[in-house]
Write a new protein. Structure first.
Ligand code: ZN
Ligand code: ZN
Length: 764
């Protein structure tokens, strides 16, 4: 018999963890104790080695629903002999830095919401110990009502009774309230409140109108997702011609009608985090075709706040749609609106009414967006429900640091006690309103976490607003500032998410990042560990002409790639309808004279260019449009379950001690085949396959050279689920261990984690 001391870290408080432990102990015949220790749970377990292993495996295979186990330490110890298993009641310990994300309304609360005999019947703010807003209403720690936006709503006697009674579902539930004492819904600018406000909103939506609705982490813009006219109007008003809208569906029955739900996805859709999931559209779907044009998938979420449930099911006799567009309520470039003033000013003109309420949102949290890869969630935007769930890292637990994040899809990340806390999604930093939002959220999060950073890490791009923000912040607080290369930060983010310590072949395929040589990087092979990196390879450099426009207009990139490989590129560009001869000449002159031109190895741009070459998208109205549409065509070909009739030749060459993946020849070959009449979808598929083969070939060569057989895939290009899946499979077939992202986005939304982790792990 042995005794082990087990520490379990993560979300293990207030989720029924101790009773679970006690049951598992009984099952495996373990004696000992379990106690809450603030930031972890401590278990003393006594039994045979075999029994203890079985006991521990329960935590990994079958933890309680809302628990998230980040780490588990096990140490053999000496202890007296126990003759039973006991739960030790502990004093509520403060100083444990745990902030819960917001939690979707639970099933029990939903049942009460629609129960005529319940005193919270139709109460738009119903919640309990297991559900409700958390992060978004929190002012400071410790988490209790006085430090949340509920402090202005004194509890009525009934609510107080529940709050103080350990026997109720609302014991110690900080946001508890009811129809007598809670916040109230109203329509801005008129005297319509409560039930009248909900009914008016429902009627408006069913007559084809657009409403702004305040939820948990900000406002949504909302209309009937089956009404193409309404959807079109929202697109015009929001200046958003093509980017897919997320749809909130009434229930799983609706989801199963509209979409194909893969095994494992339902658990995620209905879970407590309620992200937007990208689901494959079904053949029977009734959504407007303008919701997610040229996409195999549509972003779907279930209602997670009581007000959303009431929008679908209020008993007022209105026949309601079961699919609502729910898109973030923000002006282009600006962060999501969180108060009435900004809603009126920034999105007032996009909608016909604003349904608001008087519970303040203190921290913004957009909806999280999750794709699905190899049977697992694959994060696209990490925000509500996930932020600020921490990641645990082996490393120096004394370092406190902040990674400021990237310029696009910004989020930041705070490090404290070996835990890394990514913030909710902030937005694109080109807009000064978003920079301001970054400042606000950063102050608040650091306060809450009691984090006093001793170092700031930022992207080294000299023109990024995040860098000037970080410089100012560092100066104001007299802190050192580390400037980290963008694509290295991507790889570190992937290593941090996988808690990986060795060296990796980092495949960092991305849109744009500032390279060490001042050129644009984005198709990089970086031999990386926590101490630094070596640029062992990249795609073939090309000329990016036209500044910012070249990041949006793939045809410009295509022109330069074709010029690299064809004498008669001008003719080819005309035949492909990329541009006329006059434009071609102008583009050529600019490139040759270096006017508004930079050297680039951006893989994201190559995808844009091939999308243009195949006549799919010559330009993008939102980031990733051209490459997503290219993936859509490739996926359509894969659906036909036919082997492609040809493959595109491609090669890696060695050049000045660096590997070069010849993507220019690949693009040229794609163009040649297309002009010869090859099928567009087949070519799109073959292009993906060729890129995968290039990566595999490069990794095999680098393994020979460096003796490393672990590859990490990160960067915005790996949002492409087809490429990522094929690459993973190919690398694994060749004996590589492959590190992928799962709960941290591969795109720029993930780099803050890499930055903060660098501060924790890097040693001079
Ligand atoms: Zn509840
Ligand atoms: Zn009450």
């Amino acid at each position: 018999m042995i005794t082990v001391n087990i520490h379990v870290y993560g979300i293990v408080q207030g989720v029924g963890f101790r009773p679970f432990t006690s049951l598992a102990a009984a099952k495996h015949g373990i004696h000992g104790t379990v106690a809450n220790k603030g930031s972890y749970v401590e278990i003393i377990a006594q039994g045979s080695r075999e029994a203890i292993d079985g006991f521990i495996s329960e935590f990994r295979s079958n933890p309680p629903d809302r628990a998230v186990i980040l780490g588990l330490d096990e140490l053999e110890t000496e202890a007296p002999v126990f003759d039973s298993f006991e739960i030790i009641e502990s004093e509520k310990e403060y100083g444990d830095i745990f902030i819960s994300p917001d939690i979707a309304t639970c099933d029990k609360c939903k049942a009460e919401l629609f129960d005529k005999n319940n005193r919270r019947y139709l109460h738009p703010f119903i919640n309990c110990t297991q559900c409700g807003p958390r992060l978004t209403i929190l002012d400071s720690m410790p988490y209790d009502r006085e430090r949340t936006s509920m402090k202005v709503f004194p509890m009525c006697e009934n609510c107080m009774g529940e709050y103080y009674s350990p026997m109720t579902r609302r014991f110690d539930a900080q946001p508890v309230c009811c129809n007598d004492c809670g916040p109230e819904l109203y329509i801005i600018g008129e005297n319509t409140k409560g039930s009248a406000a909900i009914t008016k909103t429902r009627r408006l939506i069913m007559s084809g109108g657009i409403a702004a609705v305040k939820g948990i982490g900000g406002f949504h813009l909302c209309c009937d997702a089956k009404n193409t006219e309404a959807v079109e109007r929202l697109r015009k008003l929001k200046h958003r011609p093509m980017k897919p809208f997320a749809v909130m569906m009434r229930d799983m029955e609706t989801v199963n009608r509209e979409c194909i739900v893969a095994p494992g996805q339902e658990k995620y859709l209905t879970g407590w985090q309620k992200p937007i999931m990208l689901l494959e559209k079904s053949a029977e779907q009734s959504l407007s075709g303008r919701i997610a044009p040229d996409n195999l998938t549509v972003g779907v979420m279930l209602p997670y706040a009581p007000v959303q449930m009431l929008l679908f099911d209020y008993p007022d006799g209105i026949e309601m749609t079961d699919c609502l567009v729910m898109t973030s309520g923000n002006a282009r470039g600006a962060p999501i609106c969180r108060d009435d003033e900004s809603a009126v000013k920034e999105i007032g003109s996009f909608c016909d009414l604003i349904l608001s309420h008087n519970r303040n949102i203190l921290i913004r949290a957009d909806d999280s967006v999750v794709d699905w890869l190899c049977g697992k969630p694959y994060m696209i935007r990490r925000s509500r429900g996930f932020a600020p769930l921490p990641f645990m890292l082996k490393g120096d637990k004394t370092v406190q640091a902040v990674g400021i994040g990237g310029e696009l899809k910004n989020s930041f990340c705070a490090a404290r006690n070996g835990m890394l806390y990514p913030s909710p999604y902030i937005g694109d930093m080109a807009d000064i309103r978003t920079v301001k939002a970054l400042g606000e959220s950063l102050e608040r999060m650091l306060d809450m976490l009691e984090c006093e950073p001793s170092v700031i890490v930022a992207d080294k791009h000299p023109l990024y607003n995040t860098l000037s923000f970080a410089e100012e912040y560092a100066k104001k607080h007299s802190l050192p500032l580390v400037k980290l290369q963008h694509h290295y930060a991507h790889i570190l983010s992937c290593m941090a998410e996988n808690n990986y310590d060795g060296r990796v072949i980092g495949v960092s395929f991305d849109g744009t990042g500032y390279g060490d040589d001042g050129t644009v990087w984005g198709g990089e092979l970086l031999i990386s560990d926590w101490q630094g990196y070596e640029r062992a390879g990249s795609i073939t450099p090309f000329k990016q002409v036209g500044g910012d426009l070249s990041a949006k207009e793939g045809w410009r990139i295509a022109v330069q790639l074709l010029r690299q490989r064809f004498e008669n590129a001008g003719e080819i560009c005309e035949q492909l309808d990329l541009c006329d001869s006059k434009t071609f000449k102008l583009q050529s002159v600019m490139a040759d004279k270096g006017l508004n031109t930079v050297a680039s190895t951006s893989m994201g741009r190559v995808f844009d260019a091939v999308s243009a070459i195949l006549g799919i998208r010559s330009a993008s109205t939102f980031e990733g449009e051209a490459s997503t549409a290219l993936m859509y065509h490739a996926e359509m070909f894969e659906r036909r379950k036919k082997e492609p009739a040809f493959s595109l030749s491609c090669s890696c060459t060695e050049e000045e001690d660096m590997l070069r993946l010849d993507t220019s020849s690949l693009a040229a070959e794609t163009a040649r085949r297309y002009l010869e009449g090859a099928d567009r979808a087949e070519l799109a598929f073959c292009f993906h396959k060729a890129v995968m083969e290039l990566i595999a070939e490069a990794c095999i060569r680098l393994r020979q050279q460096y003796g490393i057989s672990t590859a990490a895939l990160s960067g915005g290009v790996f949002q492409n689920r087809l490429l990522t899946r094929m690459t993973k499979e190919q690398l694994e077939a060749n004996g590589f261990k492959v590190l992928l992202h799962s709960l941290v986005p591969p795109n720029d939304g993930g780099i803050a984690l890499g930055q903060a982790a660098y501060a924790v792990k890097h040693r001079e």
